[in-house]
Write a protein that binds this ligand. Structure first.
Ligand code: ADP
Ligand code: ASP
Ligand code: MG
Length: 407
């Protein structure tokens, strides 16, 4: 008898028929002798619809109220799923974040889990029920509803799996597993059977939304094996584990892209110590993370510097006025924005021991006539910021150019 957590994403609970399918799947697992905890997302499109309503009322909606709205999506699917299990003859109970008590900090819209009280889940399992936990949500110490950031149900699933000591955490989604790149963008993408936490972490942090980054961090920390698989068939998917996975040897193992970043260009600042510190300290004070940063070189003819950086699009909307006033304070001439950008990245632990990978990436993009606006590198990845209209072209060129289309 195993203790399993099964998480079903938005598409997998996207209609009443699909919710019935989830109920049957969970019951089949239970009838095979296992204890089952389900984590469900909102029905597909629902979270966007709810956030859209908020934006109709307020241009920059209050974050606490946004979470109060957004959590309702998962509340609906958890209750529907529990009912569907009951109708199929099983026993089930829905549990919202505050009922389980998934305690988070108070960073509304991107809260982090601090503790999970697993007693109500265990009590439900002891009564022979399937516990259906609403994903994406928690509660802060003051009792305010919080959400874990877009895609956060993955994190709910892995965190609950860690808290109850589950044997496995299955992530059911609309693709067959983790691919070498997004299969919906690149037709030659290949499913991988196994991937290491480290590489998955990198892919997730660079935009591969198949798993939310926090879920991979927690899985790695608590050694929770994740199995990403399709909710539409019974094929084995991709196992994400700590053991060094079969991708070893490949230099580049995946390509990711992220359209959620915007570029900010602060033009005409002094080229002297302290300017970057002033600028980025003030931005960090607002709990805004900056990603890629480029500062140009000044010349005698033009002694003013320009600093370019990227940050999340939602953060930009919230912080535009703030960024402009900080920029003015450090003497900037002008601030420009560009939201039509995408960050494309290549990832692979084999890159550590190979030279020339970045150069090859730049050449592959150049061959397609794609201009690079900013570059960031680490030991196991290279990212380039390019115009968003090139997303598909860039992803496909890099994927096939690094031979990922061939086994
Ligand atoms: P869910 O609603 O089930 O959580 P998501 O839409 O959040 O599903 O994540 C699944 C999607 O992630 C896929 O439909 C696919 O378009 C995208 N994706 C991006 N990169 C990858 C990748 N490397 N492998 C698999 N899917 C990926
Ligand atoms: N419903 C939330 C979202 O759309 C959480 C999730 O699906 O994981 O972001
Ligand atoms: Mg998701």
């Amino acid at each position: 008898m195993a203790l399993v957590v099964q998480k079903f994403g938005g598409t997998s609970v996207g209609s009443i028929d699909r919710i019935r399918n989830v109920a049957r799947r969970a019951l089949a697992t239970q009838r095979a002798g296992h204890r089952v905890v389900l984590i469900v997302s909102a029905m597909s499109g629902e979270t966007n619809r709810l956030l859209g309503l908020a934006h109709e009322v307020a241009k920059i909606p209050d974050a606490r109220e946004m979470d109060a709205i957004a959590t309702t999506g998962e509340q609906v699917s958890a209750a529907l799923t529990a009912m569907a299990i009951q109708v199929e003859g099983g026993k089930a109970r829905s549990l919202l974040g505050h009922q389980v008590r998934i305690l988070t900090d108070d960073a509304f819209t991107k809260a982090r889990i601090k503790a999970i009280d697993s007693s109500r889940i265990i009590e439900a399992l002891d009564r022979g029920e399937i516990a259906v936990v609403a994903g994406f949500q928690g509660v802060d110490a003051e009792g305010n509803l919080t959400t874990l950031g877009r895609g956060g149900s993955d994190t709910s699933a892995v965190a609950v799996a860690a808290a109850i000591g589950a044997d496995e955490c299955e992530i059911y989604t609309d693709v067959d597993g983790v691919y070498t790149t997004d299969p919906n963008v690149c037709p030659s993408a290949r499913k991988v059977d196994r991937i290491s936490y480290e590489e998955m972490l990198e892919l997730a942090s660079l935009g591969a939304k198949v798993l939310q980054i926090r879920s991979v961090e927690i899985a790695m920390k608590y050694n929770v094996p994740i199995h990403v698989r399709s909710s539409f068939n019974d094929q084995p998917g991709t196992v994400v584990t700590g053991e060094d996975a079969s991708l070893e040897g490949a230099t580049v193992s995946g390509v990711a892209y992220d359209k959620n970043e915007a570029r900010v260009h602060v033009v005409g600042v002094d080229d002297r110590p302290g300017i970057a510190a002033d600028l980025f300290e003030k931005i960090a004070e607002k709990n805004i993370s900056v990603d890629m940063i480029v500062q140009n070189v000044t010349t005698d003819a033009d002694p003013r510097a320009a600093i370019t950086f990227t940050l999340g699009k939602t953060d930009l909307a919230r912080a535009k006025a703030w960024i402009e006033s900080i920029a003015k304070n450090v003497g900037a001439r002008e601030v420009r924005y560009d939201e039509d950008v995408v960050k494309v990245s290549i990832v692979g632990s084999g890159m550590r021991s190979h030279a020339g990978i970045a150069a090859k990436m730049f050449r592959l993009l150049a061959n397609e006539g794609i201009n690079i606006q900013a570059i960031a590198t680490s030991e196991i990845r290279v990212s380039c910021l390019v115009a968003s209209k090139y997303t598909e072209l860039a992803v496909r060129a890099l994927h096939d150019g690094f031979g990922l289309n061939k086994p």
